[in-house]
Design a protein around this ligand. Sequence first.
Ligand SMILES: C[S@@+](CC[C@H](N)C(=O)[O-])C[C@H]1O[C@@H](n2cnc3c(N)ncnc32)[C@H](O)[C@@H]1O
Length: 272
Amino acid sequence: MAYQDTLTELPVQEFALGEDYALILGDSLQVLPQFPTDHFDMIFADPPYLLSNDGITCHAGKMVSVNKGEWDRSQGAEKDHQFVLEWLGACQRVLKPNGTIWVSGTHHIIYSVGYAMQQLGYKILNDIVWQKTNPPPNLSCRYFTHSTEIVLWAAKSAKSKHTFNYETMKEIAGGKQMKTVWRIPAAGKDEKQFGKHPTQKPLALLQRIILASTQRDDLILDPFVGSGTTIVAALREGRRCIGIDSESKYLEIADQRIRAQLGTPTLQTIES
Ligand SMILES: C[S@@+](CC[C@H](N)C(=O)[O-])C[C@H]1O[C@@H](n2cnc3c(N)ncnc32)[C@H](O)[C@@H]1O
């Protein structure tokens, strides 16, 4: 397939390639410029929220560090916004003219993402509120319990004729127009059987996003793929997907999840 031919020419350290997907190990800021312009039908980005500030949070009823990894450290508002502008700009170039992008985030990052979208000329279509049905309690008792994330949905430009599978969404919503508040539980143990990613998204969220905004065989990109949720959801729904991540330990989890989804014990793994 054409997109795989493109991948074999990428200056990437390592990737796993299947018929309908690819995993790339690398920095998205360096990998994205290698793709042709107008290449992807849809992009889902779950970027670093830049919230690892040595604080505490609650996990499985225990007090734990909020730190996710060095990749999640803030460099200050100006540099953080510059990073968002860079990757969002790179994503916009590789998105097809009628393509759309979804970006998830909390207050740490989502206002910067929204502003950057406006600066770059994206057209914001909706701001989805993902309401977690099972949020952890707030241990400090000095704030409301954090129980939502925002997912911004935007078209490449004001001229885009974007895909919205209205009838499919209506069917999922029980015959009524689907609203912008989506009640979906956080990823459970059954989705973490091959290892834990600190910010793994639930498959149900990605499946809904994919069903809403793509057609069968469409090509999806996830520039921060982590444990591979977007690829697993894409394959379940008959779409193709390329995922990039800078941490090999997460791609190993992704690799196993994808293999389980496909029911295949081995992959063609290529190293450069
Ligand atoms: C919020 S997590 C994504 C989690 C993913 N949605 C999942 O369900 O597993 C963000 C990911 O971005 C990766 N990352 C951070 N900076 C990156 C960069 N510059 N290029 C590529 N990946 C990066 C991290 O390793 C992390 O896995």
